[in-house]
Ligand binder design. Structure first.
Ligand SMILES: Cc1ncc(COP(=O)(O)O)c(C=O)c1O
Length: 379
């Protein structure tokens, strides 16, 4: 039996280490730990990669969202639309900023928020929409930005899963008022620990995020001069070194993910497992390769018995998480249905085509033995 892991972060670290070792050790031994040139260099390169003018390194992706909302002046009494199908961090950041999340359902086909599901939940209190490019696919930014403009809403991209993903040729990070990234180790661009960034082409917004993340200090001000009540959410220099090393590899790693996804798609033809078509305007970077299968829990358990690790992103839709139920206004049928069917298959740059074949053969075998073989969809 050939085991296939869900991901292989150590392989990425081994590949990148020779190119970062000298800078990493210099930072460590010179005690350059927080901010400084490695962070500034990464911020400059990350903004350029995204096609935006500014990038502010922060401690993690959830803080990136919370700080962006705070810098936009969004808080108590305001509502922010978030998709029901996302990681809890998206909605939790809204609550942490003092605002109220309003959940929008997702497309049954892409599992992403659509202009129609967004427009359906706008109220007079709504100030912003957080568009989540879940799984590595940018949502319909043409339709969503048009709908947001109609209602006077700021558009914040949650691009935690979409490093290098594109919409009509433009990269995530350049498509809204601001974009929030997580560099959690498992992300396509992952640090050697936690990190995040806010990317924007609005210089005032960037300055305010930077100040709020640094105890309210404006850049250039004295160490104990505080303009805002901020907090500490700065990027570590060691993480910036790791991120700069990995950034150089992102185009090649994304290509690799796309090749593996194409092989999955080809190999799953004729099985009851379906992968959704990508919108032709979206350049998908396959942070996750999400299938939809009937009888998901059994399929997952049988794959596990065969040594194949999978995940579920996410088993409980965000609006049904206990601390967030109070903000749910009604059922979210597409997100709720999908939560019981989605299955994230192994996907990482160092995966081999043969490993894709092992997963697909196993999937074909275990789905053929199920009692309920019908599959309604897949992302
Ligand atoms: C879609 C999404 N939003 C937000 C976050 C939060 O990022 P972090 O874990 O770095 O706080 C994540 C990452 O886990 C995510 O996947």
């Amino acid at each position: 039996m050939s085991a296939v892991p869900f991901t292989d972060l150590a392989a990425m670290a081994r590949e990148v280490w020779p190119s970062v070792e000298a800078d990493y050790m210099a930072c460590l031994l010179n005690a350059d730990y927080v901010g400084g040139p490695p962070v500034t260099t990464f911020e400059r390169d990350w903004a350029a990669f995204c096609g935006a003018s500014h990038s502010v390194g922060v401690a993690n992706g959830t803080d990136a969202i919370e700080l962006t909302l705070a810098a936009l002046g969004i808080g108590a009494g305001d509502e922010v639309i978030v998709p029901a199908n996302t990681f809890i961090g998206t909605a939790a950041a809204v609550v942490r900023a003092g605002a109220r999340p309003r959940f929008a359902d997702v497309s049954d086909e892409t599992l992403l928020m659509t202009p129609a599901t967004m427009a359906a939940v706008v109220t007079p209190q709504t100030r912003a929409v957080i568009v989540v490019h879940l799984y590595g696919q940018v949502a319909d930014m043409d339709g969503l930005t048009a709908a947001a403009a109609e209602h006077g809403l700021a558009v914040v991209e949650d691009a935690a899963q979409a490093h290098g993903a594109t919409w009509a040729g433009r990269r995530a990070g350049s498509l809204g008022t601001a974009a929030c990234f997580s560099f959690y180790p498992g992300k396509n661009l992952g640090a050697f620990g936690d990190a995040g960034a806010v990317v924007t082409s609005d210089p005032d917004l960037a300055d305010k995020v930077r100040a709020l993340a640094n105890h309210g200090r404006m850049s250039g001000s004295a160490h104990y001069e505080h303009v805002y009540v901020g907090r500490n959410s700065r990027m570590d220099a060691l993480q910036a070194v790791a991120l700069s090393g990995k950034l150089a590899r992102i185009p090649a790693w994304s290509d690799r993910r796309q090749q593996l996804a194409a092989r999955y798609r080809e190999r799953l033809i004729g099985t009851p497992v379906r992968l959704a078509d990508t919108d032709p305007r979206a350049g998908h970077v396959y942070h996750l390769l999400v299938a939809r299968v009937a009888d998901r829990d059994r399929v997952q358990a049988e794959l596990s018995d065969r040594g194949i690790q999978t995940g579920v992103h996410y088993p409980v839709p965000c609006h049904q998480q206990p601390p967030l139920r109070q903000f749910a206004d009604g059922p979210m049928p597409a997100a709720e249905q999908a939560a019981g069917e989605i299955l994230s298959l192994p996907m990482y740059p160092h995966m081999t085509p043969d490993q894709v074949d092992v997963v697909c053969d196993a999937l074909a075998a275990v789905t053929a033995t199920g009692t309920d073989r019908e599959v309604r969809y897949v992302a």
